[in-house]
Design a protein around this ligand. Sequence first.
Ligand SMILES: [Zn+2]
Length: 257
Amino acid sequence: MSTRPSTNPLGAAAARQARIDLAACHRLAARFGFNEGIDNHLTLIVPDHSDRFFLAPFGLHWSEVRASDFMEVDFEGKLRAGDGPVEDTALYIHMPVHRLAPQARCALHTHMPYATALGMLEDPRLEMAVQSALPFYEDISYDADYNGLAFDRTEGERLARALGEKSVLMMRNHGVLVVGRTVPEAFERLYLLERSCQAQILALSTGRALRPIPPHIVRSTIEQFWAGMKVGGLNRVELHFSALKRLLDRQEPDYAT
Ligand SMILES: [Zn+2]
């Protein structure tokens, strides 16, 4: 591991687990086709360091990222641990979002195809017309304007303000920003968002009208989601992410090294 030595064994274990989860997140995002070349970033606040985040060196394909690859970058943009190129949009999107949005311990920015396609439409809303969309009810912000590449800090600050307290920012003509308190939580949202956008695009491609779920059913179903979040005392989101990591353990175990 290229991380600095820690005198706190619990802190070191948490940092190692965070690296493994973030590496799994890269591998899984590549596996599901959420990447675009080597662009975009998936980042996480470093445990015990609220002012720095893990970032993969630019140039790695997400399918080859390992737990030991991550650099630690602080909120001034300085490299505090690890080695490698830091790409500008990591600083100008992720750094302000981590700094300004407390719910964004994990920040995933992608140009994944179906969510990005929805953001190209005049009306980019994710409709409450499929069950997998319902967890996003009132939890998506829609950025009104595309301003070109995020090559200065004010653009990231603008995006962080547009995100507000929500979990998802649909970035018009660009892609998405999905955040969470943990890697499994953020990845679950990324996965479900792309799946529900895919369903909406496929439904719209028939040329027939969508049939939205009535708001009172949306709200009662969300209550059901919350009530059923734990199965046998275990959290569904954690169970899904653990199952996906076992798949990686079998097929590409070097992610955890
Ligand atoms: Zn982007």
